[in-house]
Ligand binder design. Structure first.
Ligand code: PEP
Length: 247
């Protein structure tokens, strides 16, 4: 059976002392989880988190990467640099990057490609805004976003992780119902099946105000293979409860 994946997205939160306290609490409680566990941390803390989580089940993730391999791209971080710190996963196309940094579908697809080329699993984020949902455009939007990634990555597509994150549910406390989420996950799965014979093994995570109280119901849906967790990943008891719900 496919393992679920629970990935925390710390966003631009934390600091040396806070990270250490959070990770010590997670390491004390995580045991041998039935699911994969990762934390996507701000780039300056990769070395710290790598050291603290060495020989633990908590894997290291980054929140963004450059589509370029190297060169005159001030401020950017390449996939190879992330790899140097043992990064296993990297978010690509989080809605906050699409919204505040103008990331296009094409750029996100190229970032996913750069990650794969360095042996990093991209967690490709897709999701509609509230206006798009209300206009009945959810299917069109998520399919367009995923199509760009499929187009750029060809047969490697089975190596990615997809995260369905309705923008209206991120950081708002408003979660998609398990049925709403499952409906979109099934669409994404069908789209992946057209592109790959391996589509059943691609993990499709749900993200958007997943928390200790609603995780079990969401994770029980047939096409929800894990969660991408923002706010609740900063609280060790909540994150541990979500990990325990991911059987
Ligand atoms: C996210 O940042 O990817 C996210 C899902 O955030 P939150 O869980 O806080 O809604």
């Amino acid at each position: 059976m496919k393992k679920k994946l629970i990935a925390g997205n710390w966003k631009m939160n934390g600091g040396l002392a806070a990270n250490e306290a959070l990770l010590q609490a997670l390491l004390a409680g995580v045991g041998t989880p039935a699911c994969g566990v990762a934390v996507c941390v701000p780039a300056p803390y990769l070395a710290q988190v790598q050291a603290l989580c060495a020989a633990s089940p908590i894997e290291l993730g980054a929140q963004d990467l450059s589509m370029h391999a190297q060169g005159a791209y001030t401020g950017e971080v390449s996939a190879a640099m992330l790899r140097d710190f043992g990064v296993r996963y990297c978010l690509a196309g989080h809605s906050e990057r699409r919204q505040y940094h103008g990331e296009t579908d094409g750029l996100v697809a190229d970032k996913a490609k750069a990650a794969l080329a360095a042996g990093i699993t991209p967690i490709v984020c897709v999701g509609e805004t509230l206006a798009e949902r209300e206009a009945g455009q959810t299917e069109e939007v998520v399919k367009r976003q995923l199509a760009a990634v499929i187009h750029a990555n060809g047969h490697c597509i089975s190596e990615i992780v997809v995260a369905y994150e309705p923008v209206w549910a991120i950081g708002t406390g408003r979660t998609a119902t398990p049925e709403q989420a499952q409906q979109v996950h099934a669409l994404l799965r069908a789209q992946l099946k057209l592109a790959s014979t391996q589509a059943d093994r691609i993990q499709i995570l749900y993200g958007g105000s997943m928390n200790a109280a609603n995780a079990a119901q969401l994770l029980a849906q047939p096409d929800i293979d894990g969660g991408l967790i923002g706010g609740a990943s900063l609280k060790a008891p909540d994150f541990l409860t979500i990990i325990a719900a991911a059987q």
